[in-house]
Design a protein around this ligand. Structure first.
Ligand code: ZN
Length: 312
């Protein structure tokens, strides 16, 4: 009896160990990406309207969190890994666009005790949202979207929010981000197949993967430089450069389409080699952002018309 019990325990321990090893492993990155982008078409679309192209892209550090390296990169260790979160402002001669209205401090901390928001940056972002012609998201997660429902100017900005059908249909994540159902119902969903011209020089590229509503934002600057906001398809540029994803169980917890994400990492890795002039920007990579700011590709503050902000 005792022998039998020992055998059972050993088998159970082995099964649990194997399961944990399996859960911590990344999905295999395919050799060839199925996902493809017709860059000729995207560039044509970006220049389709005979209008002036964006002159500048700015990124404002608005929130921050930390986690362990091994949750970002499957071969990482147990050191802390910083996750800065940036709101983006695309500046055109006649308008501005906000991409990723980042979460406020109270919401961030309520969801993740290790997180923090930067109130001054949040206030600047809200002023920029008020002055923007369009507000859109790389994806519908709270850290990239909660600046909308938490806006003191919500009534004023509602008609400028551009969210896709996939983003608006993701009730679970929009609930987490604090979107009231009346707000969701009042927004007309953006429907597009692969590419959508958001403004001259600014093209949305549908990807899915990280969330159902994930999309990349291609920005063609007037001086010829090109930027691709990849959102959370990767959490660090190493995910793309190696390429290597995060552990399998993170896909499960986040309800990600892991196979799609692995395919997209191969696609982005290929893209970095075949089209190095497209500057890929990962949403939470502080080192990469510091490099882009130092080289002058991205500005580290928002351009505001109004300097004095009076939130209600
Ligand atoms: Zn994120």
């Amino acid at each position: 009896m005792r022998k039998h019990w020992l055998k059972m325990s050993a088998a159970l321990l082995l099964a649990v160990t194997l399961f944990v090893i399996y859960a911590f492993q990344p999905l295999a990155i395919p050799k060839r990406a199925r996902f493809q982008v017709d860059w000729n078409q995207v560039r044509r679309l970006a220049r389709a309207q005979d209008a002036l192209l964006p002159t500048q892209l700015n990124a404002l550090l608005t929130a921050w969190n930390k986690t362990k390296e091994c949750l970002i990169l499957a071969d990482g260790g147990f050191d802390d890994h910083e996750l800065p979160t940036y709101a983006y402002q695309i500046v055109l001669p006649d308008r501005t666009i906000i991409i990723d209205p980042v979460v406020d401090h109270a919401t961030a901390v309520a969801l993740f005790p290790t997180a923090k928001g930067f109130p001054e940056a949040f206030t600047q972002m809200q002023t920029a949202m008020r002055e923007a012609a369009v507000i859109a998201l790389t994806h519908e997660h709270f850290d990239h979207a909660a600046g909308i429902p938490r806006s003191p100017y919500l009534a004023e900005i509602t008609d400028r929010i551009v969210m896709t059908r996939e983003q608006l249909s993701n009730s679970r994540d929009l609930d987490m981000a604090g979107f009231p159902s009346e707000l969701r119902q009042s927004l007309a969903p953006l429907e597009y197949d692969r590419y959508h011209l958001l403004a001259p020089g600014v093209v949305l590229i549908k990807t899915g993967g990280h969330t159902p509503g994930s999309q990349m934002v291609f920005v063609q600057l007037a001086d010829g430089r090109e930027i691709l906001l990849v959102g959370d398809l990767a959490w660090h540029s190493d995910n793309i450069n190696l390429p290597l994803g995060h552990p399998r169980f993170i896909h499960w917890i986040g309800r990600e389409d892991g196979a799609r994400m692995a395919d997209l990492l191969r696609f982005l890795n290929d893209l970095a080699q075949t089209q190095p002039t497209i500057n890929q920007v990962v949403a939470h990579d502080g080192d990469q952002m510091a490099y882009y700011v130092a080289t002058g590709l991205i500005g580290d503050r928002f351009q505001l018309k109004q300097t004095q902000v009076v939130p209600n």
